[in-house]
Structures are given as C-alpha cells and as structure tokens.
Ligand binder design. Structure first.
Ligand SMILES: [Zn+2]
Ligand SMILES: [Zn+2]
Length: 167
C-alpha cells in the first residue's frame, strides 16, 4: 500500500473509528506517564487529541496552532516536551526530516511505513517494504542492537518532475 501526500503531507482525513483509537492512545499514554511518575494532564490529553485529529504529516507548529484554535493555551515548549513521550507510547512517529522542515505523523492505529521524498516538488510517498524491515532488524542484531524504531527516507525525483528533464 502506498499513499501519495502533497508537499504538506495532506492526506484524506480519516475520521472513522477515532473514538476507540483515542481511548487506546490515552490508555497507553497514561500507562507510560504513570511509569515515569507523571500524570495525564489536560494539556497532555489535548495534545494526544490534536495528534489523532491530524491526517498526514504535520509540523509541531501546526499542532500548536490546532491547540490554540481550540482555545487551549498549550505552549510550544509543552508540546516539544511531550514529543518523546508520545513517540515512546507509539502514538506519534517522526515522518520526514528535510533541511527546512521536520514533520511528524500519527503512529497509533496505523501500519509502520517509510518515505520517498521528491527533491524537486517535495512530494512524499509512503511505502512499506517488508524485505527492508527484515534487513534492518538483521543488521541491528549483527551489532547487538534490538530496534525500537528507525527513520528511513529515500530522496530522489518523482516521475512528474523528471518529465521536464531533457537527457
Ligand atoms: Zn508518513
Ligand atoms: Zn517531484
């Protein structure tokens, strides 16, 4: 399965089944927080809700804007501090990292995938390729690692951008 996103990572909104997803995400987050002696505060809960409302890839700035538009005074610092916790809880994942932008995406309720990034137009294609996943785990094991995650991006030029190229 692959899904094409525009430059800003906008994908068709998937609002179906958000309620059980939210409950699962909040449950996981609360468990992780409790293990650290932290509580699921109103701000942390609002951040989880904002992540689940977002489709596709988004920046931290966009997430902060979402919270503010809902009248929640979540500071950028609060959101930044929550990022590693959300990632560890499997709610959020890093999406694409380029020279001028870093995006994230919802991880809960989705399959793991990696990204192809067009250097011409910024288009991002999500892909899953099991052989790559297997090889990464084998490689990690060879060095005595167990993998907890990876950020795998392939850069190139998409077919549309190559159309204009002359050889
Ligand atoms: Zn993605
Ligand atoms: Zn392109």
């Amino acid at each position: 399965m692959s899904l094409s996103l525009d430059k800003n990572g906008a994908a068709p909104a998937d609002a179906s089944g958000q309620e059980p997803l939210l409950a699962a995400a909040l449950g996981r987050f609360e468990g992780l927080l409790a293990a650290r002696g932290l509580r699921l505060t109103a701000a942390r809960r609002a951040i989880v809700e904002a992540v689940l409302r977002r489709a596709g890839h988004f920046t931290v700035e966009a997430l902060v804007a979402d919270l503010r538009s809902r009248g929640l005074a979540a500071s950028k610092a609060t959101v930044y501090r929550a990022l590693p916790l959300l990632t560890e809880a499997g709610i959020l994942a890093s999406a694409v990292l380029t020279a001028d932008e870093r995006t994230y995406e919802r991880a809960v309720g989705r399959e793991h995938h990696d990204h192809l990034v067009c250097q011409g137009c910024g288009k991002v294609v999500e892909f899953e390729y099991e052989a790559i996943e297997v090889l990464q785990r084998e490689l990690a094991a060879r060095y005595g690692f167990t993998l907890e995650g990876h950020l795998h991006q392939l850069f190139g030029r998409c077919a549309d951008c190559r159309k204009g190229d002359t050889k």
